[in-house]
Design a protein around this ligand. Sequence first.
Ligand code: AMP
Length: 358
Amino acid sequence: MRIGIIGAGQLGQMLGFAARDLGAEVRFVDPADKPPAAVCGKVIQSAFDDPVALIALADTCDVITYEFENVPVEALQHIAGIAPVYPPAAALRHSQDRLDEKRLFNELEIPLPDYHGINSREDMDAAAEKLGLPMVIKTRRFGYDGKGQFVAASTDDLDAAWSELGDQALVAERWVPFDYEVSCIGARSVSGEVAIYPLSRNSHTDGILRTSRSPVDAPELSTKASSFVERLLDHLDYVGVLALELFVVGDELLANEFAPRVHNSGHWSIEGSETSQFENHLRAILDLPLGSTACNGHAGMVNLIGEITETTRALKIGQMHDYGKTARKGRKLGHITVVADTAEERDTQIDRIGRSVT
Ligand code: AMP
């Protein structure tokens, strides 16, 4: 059994390790020289939308998946009919356009912050009028880790927001004074079997995920989030792992976005769950029975961003995953997973790692 993966970054690498444990081979397409996943299998070095490379991948693999959501949907059409591609293109299409994604949440009655589509400078004024200020203006496409976003605090900021982002289609969102952020990760197999992970509580700085902790002691929120993920999985006839990010406001959840792939906020599952999100993604696309998503205690994850300091390496707390990437400001280079018997113990370990990373 050989699995083709579009993208050979750290997610591809962790999928590759999970494939090895399942006795499957992996092959990648990625434009980078020596990407992180090259340690797991052959990489066809080529652009993600190169039809020749994608056809070469599909011709030599039993099933195709991808590790990031900016794969052009049209590129997948080159290989349709050669090998099955999961998650399905419809999920990818919705997740690539924030306005489309919000309409899908509405259709599925998944609550979300009020929003307004923006195609002109006048639309920006109308959005401010409708949503109030501050509001968050986001590019509809290709935004990630807080990039392509502008928080307009007053009407004086609207010109600056327009000159920074106005050359692209935009969507404005009401500013959410959330209590905290969570994500809910679910898997659905070719046969329609569904497994949902316990909620992760996530903290971000500058739009980039810093820490995740799971489980979250909030049974009602967990039930609600799981039902939202199940709705998405069923509606999209989804196959693979999907992550839904949500804001918690009191007893309410508001959906921010979903990713049709394994997700950084589920990295704790490698050591912290009976079955990692990577293994369950592969099980789903190979139509194997899904593994248990139960936590092995209280799990947490700290991202190692920009550099992995000697102090962090010397700590020897938890399990370090070094993706083998060249250090660069703002770049995700690795993460550490901790698993403890109590939430307090887990949090103490996360705090110690957190102090070592800066
Ligand atoms: P995103 O790229 O949409 O995931 O946004 C990155 C981060 O920016 C989120 O994880 C939040 O911390 C923050 N953020 C995004 N949208 C909003 C919003 N409407 N209100 C408040 N904070 C937001």
